[in-house]
Ligand binder design. Structure first.
Ligand code: MIC
Ligand code: SF4
Length: 640
């Protein structure tokens, strides 16, 4: 039997392990990316590893998240990243050049190569046939240092796209349909490989919308083949030489298969507060809308914004709606500025934001109290917009633009506009905002602002682990719950002591106080704990507060890796009744913890309740060593 795309890449990059679904493997990483809100920490960790220069084919540092400069902190971090990148041999994409995933797709993506990035939407580059995965900052730092990346061999799900999208139905609706079918945990341990006739009808930016938001399935990544449409994109980007045809074998094997008939698809929306809370736009009804936000790494391409401009042209934004638009990159912004589409958008009454993540991560544009906000983004987790009472709906650019005019959530098929976009044969190419690194590291002094504080490093594991239950949470807790991000907190991503005061704030404001009072302890959680962002801060802040272990029904992939990297033990409940038996501030004890980790089963004594139960630990030998030594940095130092 032949190979699918995923196995082709894994076979050519594997350095350790066996390619069998679920089995741990290590793979060589060709390229890395970082963005600023995780990057500052990643480069501090890179420095702590004591290497001279990065060893990847190419590494790129972007600044796109922490863009509001209300104080010196963000600007200082930008300087730190620029200088540290230059020193270690990393390309630097200046603030204003665009969102990491959009710019990476345009200027760096390469079919059949591997990429890890310190951002969970790194799979965007899967739109051109790259195996691109989100990872914690430390894993990215290790890959920059030439280390392999550890994953469990994924199951590969073939997503058959049949037919062709109808007018006003977008590729965003395809991924919303996949989320409706499979939910936010339906992709754990899987890669989604898109195939079928329908693929040909999708351009690279449309494919990238799908691979981008595949992250919301909890998937390891998503991937499209590299075909004639991909070549079109590479030619337009003046990067024909980076293109190769990359297709699965005709008799390729898959672990599972789903089919989506594009002809039957209608405009969809994800309602508050989860990307899988998907229904037809029509079903939600004509809800009054207060804010519409267009942009983010999901939907901010030239093609998306041209469609938006066509809808807005000659019309006016509803008086009760605030429409904000953030193009994905300077290339997109400049092209729509030069061809007049931006003028149509401005004339309609849109507010133009800079080329960055912006409202997607709560960096400004928090909606008003109780507002309904329609966003073309990928996440609508509780509180993420910066307004706890806001109701955020995730929609396509078409639905967003039409609703901005009508003032109510509107099925875009109600408006008859020709949305055909003539894609330019050649995009506007100007890489002057991408700075090459210094030829040698001796030439650069790294600039370090006062906001940068030492980050916590765990201690080797003792014989026993004991402590109180500091918090007990439900299923699908996101890293936005664990370590919230917004305009006020993001400037402190390199100041863990300060950040930790806000840990779990949207769930339980007492958490920080309780953790301090009891000198650390345990977190109890449900299914899919730590879904969403790759932010290591969701492990670093708990570590700083003394969290020793998390017992959950199950974990999201990147967060579990981040816990292990920081020496916090991830354990899984065997029985539902055990989860139910635990209450807040129960005293838990694990004796002989090191020996039990090796057996894969750990006995937990609940001293308060006078009961005992067993939990599972799914850790590789290497991961056990990492935990025993108190985290990955200690492990790396120990092995050198
Ligand atoms: C996100 O979309 O949640 C972020 C902000 O891009 C994060 C990274 C971070 O928290 O800095 C992600 O997706 O990994
Ligand atoms: Fe930025 Fe939002 Fe994309 Fe995260 S999801 S990288 S915050 S645009």
């Amino acid at each position: 039997m032949g190979d699918n795309l995923v196995y082709k890449i894994l076979k050519s990059h594997i350095v350790e392990g066996e390619l069998k679904a679920g089995e741990p493997i290590s793979i060589k990483i060709d390229q890395t990316l970082t963005q600023d809100s995780t990057g500052t920490m990643a480069y501090l960790q890179l420095e702590a590893m004591g290497i001279d220069r990065v060893k990847t084919k190419r590494s790129v540092a972007f600044v796109d998240h922490n863009m509001l400069q209300q104080g010196f902190e963000n600007a200082d971090d930008h300087k730190f990243i620029q200088t540290v990148a230059s020193k270690y041999g990393v390309y630097f994409s200046k603030p204003g050049n665009g969102i990491c995933h959009q710019v990476f797709l345009e200027r760096f993506s390469t079919p059949s190569e591997t990429l890890i990035g310190s951002d969970s939407h790194t799979p965007t580059a899967g739109g051109v046939g790259m195996l691109a995965m989100g990872a914690g900052g430390l894993d990215v730092a290790l890959a920059m240092g030439g280390g392999a990346y550890n994953i469990n061999t994924p199951k590969v799900v073939k997503v058959n796209l049949e037919g062709k999208l109808n007018k006003m139905v977008a590729s965003k609706d395809i991924i919303l349909e996949v989320l409706r079918k499979l939910t936010v945990k339906g992709g754990v341990g899987k890669v989604f490989e898109y195939a079928g006739e329908g693929v040909k009808s999708l351009s690279v930016p449309q494919r990238a919308t799908i691979t981008n938001m595949g992250a919301e399935l909890g998937a390891t990544t998503s991937i499209f083949p590299s075909d004639e449409r991909t070549l079109e994109f590479f030619k337009a980007q003046g990067r024909e030489e980076d293109w190769i045809e990359f297709k699965p074998d005709a008799d390729a094997l898959y672990d599972d298969e789903i089919t989506i008939n594009l002809d039957e698809l209608v405009p969809l929306a994800a309602g508050p507060h989860s990307p899988d809370n998907v229904k037809e736009v029509k079903e939600f009804g004509k809800i009054k809308v207060d804010q519409v936000a267009i942009g983010s790494c999901t939907n901010s391409s030239y093609e998306d914004l041209m469609k938006v401009a066509k809808i807005l042209k000659g019309r006016k934004v509803n008086p009760n709606v605030s429409l904000v638009i953030a193009p994905g990159s300077r290339q997109v912004m400049e092209m729509i500025a030069r061809n007049g589409a931006l003028a149509d958008i401005i004339s309609a009454g849109a507010r133009i934001l800079e080329n960055s993540c912006g409202p997607c991560i709560g960096m400004g544009q928090a909606p008003s109290t109780d507002a309904v906000s329609l966003r073309t983004f990928n996440r609508n987790f509780y509180g993420r917009s910066g307004t706890l009472s806001a109701k955020v709906f995730l929609v396509s650019p078409e639905t967003a633009a039409v609703s901005a005019i009508t003032g109510v959530l509107t099925n875009p098929t109600e408006l008859d506009v020709d949305l055909t976009v003539d894609m330019p044969k050649r995009f506007l190419i100007d890489d002057s905002m991408i700075l090459a690194p210094a030829p040698t590291n001796a030439e650069v002094d790294v600039v370090r602002g006062p906001n940068i504080k030492p980050f916590p490093v765990n201690k080797p594991l003792g014989n026993s682990v004991e402590g109180k239950v500091l918090i007990k949470v439900e299923d699908n807790i996101t890293t936005d719950h664990i370590m919230p991000s917004n305009a006020k907190l993001l400037p402190f991503r390199s100041n863990i002591p300060y950040l930790s005061e806000f840990c779990f704030n949207t769930v339980d404001v007492e958490f920080h106080k309780r953790a301090k009072e009891y000198n650390g302890g345990f977190i109890i959680a449900g299914d899919n704990y730590g879904q969403g962002s790759s932010r290591e801060h969701a492990a670093l802040a708990p570590l700083y507060l003394g969290v020793k272990a998390v017992i959950a029904r199950s974990f999201a992939r990147i967060h579990k890796a981040n816990l292990i990297n920081n020496g916090i033990i991830p354990m899984e409940f065997k029985e539902e009744s055990d989860y139910n038996s635990i209450d807040l501030v129960d005293e838990l004890v694990i004796d002989n913890v090191k020996r039990s980790l090796e057996t894969g089963t750990v006995k937990i004594k609940n001293v308060t309740k006078g009961i005992e139960f067993e939990v599972t630990v799914n850790l590789t030998e290497k991961e056990i060593d990492v935990i025993n030594l108190g985290g990955r940095l200690n492990y790396v130092k120990h092995s050198n």
